[in-house]
Design a binder for this molecule. Structure first.
Ligand SMILES: NC(=O)c1ccc[n+]([C@@H]2O[C@H](COP(=O)([O-])OP(=O)(O)OC[C@H]3O[C@@H](n4cnc5c(N)ncnc54)[C@H](OP(=O)(O)O)[C@@H]3O)[C@@H](O)[C@H]2O)c1
Length: 332
C-alpha cells in the first residue's frame, strides 16, 4: 500500500512510498482509508517535539485521524462488520492514517455520521474528541457559564464553540477579522480581534478558559477567571499532576514540575485550577459526536482539501497556522 513515511525526526517532508500492509490484531479492524485530516500534532510528531511524551520507532507512517471503510475484522471484534463506514483517532502508539490502509483497535473508532461524506467525517475525530473531552469531561460546562475558547477559527476552535454553545455557555473567542462571520455563525457571543485587543483586558469573571495557544496567552488566562474556575490547555506545558496521571517516570515529573512553576504559582495566587489535556482516543466519545452530528447539533468546518500526492503542500499550509477549520487529505 501507499503511505506517507518518515525515517527520522526533523525530516523535512514525509515520503509517499509503497510499504507492507498492516497486520491487524484480533481486536482490530482493517480500514481502507478514504480521507484523513492534517493536525498540528502531525507536524509536532515529525519535528520530534513530542518525544518526551511519545517516542516512535522509525520508519513511521504519520497521520492521526481518518474516515474509511472496514475491509476486515479481527476474530475478537463484534462491534463492526465488513463494509461499515467508520471514522476514528487511533491510539497514540498506533498512528499512521496517511496511508491506504490502517489496522486500528475497534474501541478507538465509531460509525461515521450518515449525513457526512468521508471527507467531511475525516475532519472530526481528533479535534472533536479533544474539544468534547475538554468541555464535557474536564470543564464540565453548565448552562449560563462564561467560557473563552482561544483561536475560534482553528480546527479545535470551530468544533469547541459549537459544543460549548450546545452546553448553554456564553462563549468568547479570539480570531482575525476575516473569520468574524464564521465564528459568529458557529455561535460565538463575544469576538475579540487578537491583533488589536488583548483578551485579558477585555474579559473578566469568566468561569473557564479552553486554551489552545499556550505561552503568554495561557498565563494571562488565569487573570480573567473567577476563583474556583478552571483553565484547561492543550498547548501549554503539562504539569506534574498530568505527568503522574500519564504514568511518566519520576525524572520527567520533576522536569514538568520545574517547567510549570509559573503556572503552579498562578494556580495558587488566583485559585483557578489548571489542567493540561492530552486527548485520548475513544470510540465511545466518538459515537456521541456521531449522534450530535446526525442531530445537526455539530458540523465540521473544512478549509480546503488536498489529494494524497499533494501531502507536502497540505502540511506546508497547516504549518502557516491560519487555517479556517480543517485541512483534509483525500486518500482514495
Ligand atoms: N493536547 C492535545 O491533546 C491536543 C489536541 C489537539 C490539538 N492540540 C493543539 O492545539 C493547538 C490548536 O490546534 P488546531 O487544530 O486548532 O490548530 P489550527 O487549526 O492549525 O489553528 C489555526 C487557527 O489558529 C488561529 N490562531 C493562530 N494564532 C492565534 C492567536 N494568537 N490568537 C487567536 N487565534 C490564533 C488562526 O486564526 P487566524 O488566521 O485568525 O490567525 C487559525 O484559525 C495546536 O497547538 C495543537 O497541537 C493539542
Amino acid at each position: 500500500m501507499k503511505a506517507a513515511v518518515i525515517t527520522h525526526y526533523q525530516q523535512a517532508t514525509p515520503t509517499i512510498k509503497t510499504v507492507a500492509m498492516p497486520t491487524p490484531q484480533p481486536t482490530d479492524v482493517l480500514v481502507k482509508i478514504k480521507a484523513a485530516s492534517i493536525n498540528p500534532i502531525d507536524l509536532k510528531t515529525m519535528a520530534g517535539g513530542l518525544k518526551i511524551l511519545l517516542s516512535y520507532q522509525m520508519p513511521l507512517i504519520i497521520g492521526s485521524d481518518f474516515a474509511g471503510e472496514v475491509v476486515s475484522v479481527g476474530t475478537d471484534v463484534t462491534t463492526f462488520k465488513v463494509g461499515d463506514a467508520v471514522y476514528g483517532r487511533p491510539r497514540k502508539n498506533r498512528i499512521g492514517t496517511f496511508a491506504e490502509y490502517l489496522a486500528v483497535d475497534a474501541t478507538d473508532i465509531a460509525l461515521k455520521p450518515r449525513n457526512l461524506s468521508f471527507k467531511e467525517a475525516a475532519a472530526m475525530p481528533l479535534v472533536g474528541l479533544t474539544s468534547y473531552q475538554a468541555l464535557h469531561d474536564i470543564l464540565q460546562i453548565k448552562p449560563g457559564q462564561h467560557v473563552l475558547i482561544q483561536a475560534g477559527a482553528g480546527g479545535i476552535g470551530t468544533v469547541a464553540i459549537q459544543l460549548a454553545k450546545r452546553l448553554g455557555a456564553i462563549v468568547a473567542t479570539t480570531t482575525s477579522p476575516r473569520n468574524f462571520d464564521l465564528v459568529r455563525k458557529l455561535g460565538a457571543d463575544r469576538i475579540i480581534d487578537y491583533h488589536t485587543e488583548n483578551f485579558a483586558d477585555a474579559l473578566t469573571d469568566y468561569d473557564a478558559v479552553f486554551d489552545t495557544l499556550g505561552g503568554k496567552d495561557l498565563e494571562q488566562a488565569f487573570s480573567i477567571v473567577k476563583p474556583g474556575g478552571q483553565v484547561v490547555s492543550i498547548s501549554g506545558l503539562p504539569n506534574a499532576r498530568f505527568a503522574k496521571a500519564y504514568g511518566l517516570p519520576r525524572w520527567k515529573r520533576t522536569l514538568f514540575r520545574l517547567a510549570t512553576h509559573r503556572l503552579n504559582h498562578l494556580e495558587k495566587q488566583t485559585q483557578v485550577a489548571y489542567r493540561f489535556l492530552f486527548m485520548w482516543p475513544s470510540g465511545t466519545d466518538l459515537a456521541e459526536l456521531t449522534r450530535l452530528i446526525e442531530q445537526a447539533q455539530l458540523r465540521p468546518i473544512i478549509d480546503r482539501s488536498f489529494n494524497f500526492d499533494e501531502l507536502n503542500r497540505a502540511l506546508a499550509y497547516a504549518k502557516n497556522g491560519h487555517a479556517r477549520g480543517k485541512i483534509i487529505l483525500k486518500i482514495s
